[in-house]
Write a protein that binds this ligand. Structure first.
Ligand SMILES: [Zn+2]
Length: 335
């Protein structure tokens, strides 16, 4: 990305093993993230031309001498945050905030090859070479599914609970799927876009609310006997969506927030009296990967349905544009 709205596909040097814990991966597929739209729209500054992309699945090409868990030829899926897997934070399940964390996206996953640091603590191998049909779903596990799943876990989704999901992008839609898999009784998707509502229903939403802001909150309260939802997942990252999420939760309820916050400021007194649990942040995708990969291999979930546009890598700019204009939910890029 050279600047807002300016995405170019250029030849860069092939990545090499720089540290003994690195792996180089030949990508089977990559994609454009909703968070890539923040700099694309100029909301995050683009100070210099930057390699883009942090979602990846593919075949290990080469490993550093200390890598033990994967070998060349393995098909792997990895988290967008590289983690050592050994520090106290990783051991507690918060790998995205590892004491030695490195953002994989700095190396640019929208490419043919990618260097993944700290491979042992970051990537997970599939059982064997996956069917081509499973690749979009495995790719989704790398971020959007893992992030939606974390949103649901952070919101304490459990069997029988009523869950509200704020945001109908890929993460919000996959949070619906996660809530269903975790046994939620009722799943209310907040969306005003028909194609996204349809996918939300396919993923397990039981109700759709089209109102947003205070009207959306009023609707959730009305549907829950005046109490609010037990669990709310926030998957946007704006002031409005965050307040909508907090206000939609009942006292004692849980809000899992996974939309990257931009300009969000929480009013202390309202927060005090809301009496809700808040947990969010960059999803520790690595915690969930083994489970998510096996659900995909067993064909019990199909998160790859969020990709409604597939383009060759050299048309990446069109993929960004389609998502920016909301013509596509999520673009898969084929290297
Ligand atoms: Zn760690």
């Amino acid at each position: 990305m050279h600047g807002p709205g300016d995405v170019r596909v250029e030849q860069r040097d092939d990545p090499k093993i720089l540290h003994p814990t690195d792996a180089v991966i030949r990508l089977a597929a990559t994609c454009v993230c909703g968070s890539d739209l923040w700099p694309y729209r100029g909301i995050e500054p683009v100070r210099r031309p930057s390699p883009m992309g942090h979602e990846y699945a593919g075949i290990v090409e080469e490993t550093g001498r200390d890598v033990r868990s994967v070998k060349p030829g393995d098909f792997v899926v990895g988290s967008f945050m590289a983690s050592d897997g050994t520090c106290e934070i990783c051991q507690a399940g918060y790998q995205s905030r590892c004491a030695h964390v490195e953002p994989v996206g700095a190396n640019g996953a929208q490419a043919e090859y990618l260097r993944v640091p700290l491979a042992d603590g970051t990537v997970v191998a599939t059982r064997g070479q996956p069917d081509a049909a499973l690749i979009p779903s495995l790719l989704a596990a790398s971020d959007v599914l893992g992030t939606g799943w974390f949103g649901a876990v952070a919101a304490d989704v459990r069997p029988g609970k009523t869950v509200a999901v704020v945001g109908d992008g890929a993460v919000g839609l996959l949070a619906v799927l996660a809530a269903r898999e975790l046994g939620a009784g009722r799943i209310i998707a907040m969306s005003r876009h028909q194609a996204r509502q349809k996918l939300a229903l396919e993923f397990g939403a039981t109700d759709i609310v089209t109102e947003r802001g205070d009207d959306g909150v009023a609707r959730i309260r009305e549907m829950t006997g005046g109490y609010g939802a037990h669990c709310v997942i926030e998957a946007v990252g704006t002031q409005e969506s965050m307040m909508q999420a907090i206000r939609s939760a009942r006292p004692g309820g849980h809000v899992g927030y996974v939309g990257v916050a931009h300009g969000v400021e929480l009013p202390g007194q309202e927060l005090f009296f809301a009496e809700v649990h808040l947990l969010g942040g960059p999803a520790p995708v690595r915690r969930f990967l083994p489970d998510l990969i096996s659900r995909i291999e067993d064909r019990s979930i199909d998160p790859g349905k969020v990709f409604d546009l597939t383009l060759p890598l050299d048309q990446a700019a069109d993929g960004y544009r389609a998502m920016d204009e909301r013509r596509a939910i999520k673009t898969l890029l084929q290297p």
